[in-house]
Design a protein around this ligand. Structure first.
Ligand code: SF4
Ligand code: SF4
Length: 469
């Protein structure tokens, strides 16, 4: 169905915004160099180098600000580039240093004075234009369906890239495989048809607890709208099962988070303006199932300035927030060990901690665990894993070891961000661990399908019964 949102063109949005707001003078000023943030920093833990810690980077950023160092200093650039932007240092800081804001300002300056390396420029160029990223990711999706990426997944650079593509697949059969039960799909069957599941547009039996149906516009994004479209469908079904009315909004595009993190404010602003125009219609909420996108959408007021952008940001919710606010409705039991891994942009940027756990606790029988390091960055960080593969892998390896050492091992690692799903999924494949990855709403969706909440859905078949018994 198509909602009434999105009536304005781009010119309309430009009229709605004010000039870009001034940046806070020095968000790093409260730093007292106590070092409490060091153990929370994944890059410091990986290298042990003070210059790869928040405290060290704050000194570098201050030196840049005071003209004691310049953007031509290779060491300064290297250590600031090596920051994941995960903001894991913020919640542990007793002085309230806004590290993320400080990094944003420093990266804008580096971008203005140095530009970006060719690879980063090329990647961000693709995400700026829907005519580039949509066919590219659609091709990747077709490639994924051949099974080749999964077969070639491994620890080398090419193998890891293949693993990232393979990890985007809906993986409801993982539980069956992990338990070693019968009923696995035949080898060679098209992978996207191997698991019986509700049809994408299956109508939903409405919750009796929700007589008023808030209208929710689905933010589709780029990677989520191509490689993770199954998560969008699970989002729609689970929200409707909890009393929301989900509407589609035309004219939207990539959120611009990758550009913003790289210091390309102009690129981020162009994309944000397009989304501001698209979502100017009347809905109660804008739902996002990608933590990175949600974090920036909530901050469109900061990026663009103006009442309209602030109002848009105030309507944005992570899907877990909406589901948790509705209860959420319980599904049928699923007998799986599940480890929840918190995306940095959900826990640190959006300060959403409990909602994803409430979603997973609505699934009877699920054995939910938070393993050591579940709150630490996986090393994905937007395009960081592409630009800094060695550091990204060093950060990821700690997390993969935690899954490998867990007793019992999880069947599935669940996290609400596409980059994390790809990074962790590729790491698990490289380590040959029989652990799948899934978005929390996917698991809730399997539970709801099993409970018969979706009218007209394909009856969960024997293969699903291996996952949800
Ligand atoms: S950022 Fe905060 S925790 Fe880290 S050194 Fe500065 S004051 Fe201490
Ligand atoms: S944002 Fe993350 S990687 Fe960067 S200094 Fe803070 S904790 Fe370390």
């Amino acid at each position: 169905m198509t909602g009434g949102a999105g009536a304005h063109g781009r010119g309309g949005a430009e009229e709605l915004i004010a000039p870009a707001p001034p940046r806070p003078s020095d968000p790093l000023a409260p730093c007292v160099h106590c070092g409490f943030c060091l153990p929370a920093c994944p890059t410091y833990l990986a290298t042990g180098d003070e210059a790869d810690s928040p405290r060290g980077r704050i000194l570098l950023m201050r030196a840049l600000d005071r003209e004691e160092m310049t953007s031509a200093d290779a060491a300064l650039v290297e250590h600031l580039d090596a920051c994941l932007g995960c903001r894991g240092c913020e919640p542990v800081c007793p002085s309230g240093v806004q590290y993320g804001r400080g990094l944003e300002q420093a990266r804008e300056r580096l971008f203005a004075e140095r530009g970006l390396p060719p690879l980063a420029r090329a990647v961000l160029g693709v995400f700026r234009d829907q005519r580039l990223w949509r066919p590219l990711f659609t091709l990747a999706r077709l490639f994924r369906s051949t099974g080749v990426p999964r077969a070639l997944a491994g620890g080398g650079r090419l193998g890891f890239g293949m693993g990232m593509v393979a990890a985007t697949r809906s993986d409801s059969r993982t539980g069956a495989r992990a338990h070693g039960r019968a009923g696995r799909p035949a080898e060679g069957a098209p992978e996207d048809t191997q698991t019986a599941r509700p049809t994408d547009r299956a109508p939903v039996r409405l919750s009796a607890r929700a007589p008023v149906r808030p209208r929710v516009a689905l933010f589709r994004g780029c990677v989520m709208d191509t490689l993770f479209r199954h998560v969008h469908e699970a989002t729609r079904r689970t929200l409707e099962a909890n009393g929301y009315q989900v509407v589609e909004v035309g004219g939207q595009t990539c959120c611009g988070a990758l550009h913003e993190h790289a210091g390309d404010r102009q690129g981020a602003t162009a994309l944000a303006l397009q989304n501001l125009a698209a979502f100017s219609g009347e809905t109660d909420f804008i739902v996002v199932n990608s933590a990175g996108c949600g974090a920036l959408l909530k901050e469109y007021g900061h990026l663009l300035g103006g009442v309209a952008a602030e109002a848009l940001g105030a309507r944005v919710r992570d899907v877990s927030e909406l589901l948790a606010a509705a209860g959420p409705r319980h599904g049928a039991p699923i007998d799986l060990h599940v480890a929840y891994d918190a995306p940095c942009h959900l826990q640190h940027a959006q300060r959403v901690h409990d909602a994803p756990l409430a979603v997973l606790r609505a699934i009877p029988g699920l054995r939910l665990r938070l393993l050591p390091g579940s709150d630490q960055c996986c090393g994905s960080a937007g395009i960081y894993a592409v630009l800094k593969p060695e550091m990204a892998r060093a950060v990821l390896d700690r997390k993969i070891r935690s899954f490998a050492d867990a007793n019992p091992r999880p069947d599935i690692v669940t996290t609400g961000n596409p980059g994390c799903l790809m990074q962790i999924g590729a790491g698990l494949l490289a380590a040959r661990l029989p652990i799948g990855v899934a978005h929390p709403v996917e698991i809730l969706d399997w539970s709801y399908a099993r409970a018969g909440l979706y009218e007209g859905a394909e009856t969960p078949g024997r293969r699903d019964a291996e996952v949800a018994k």
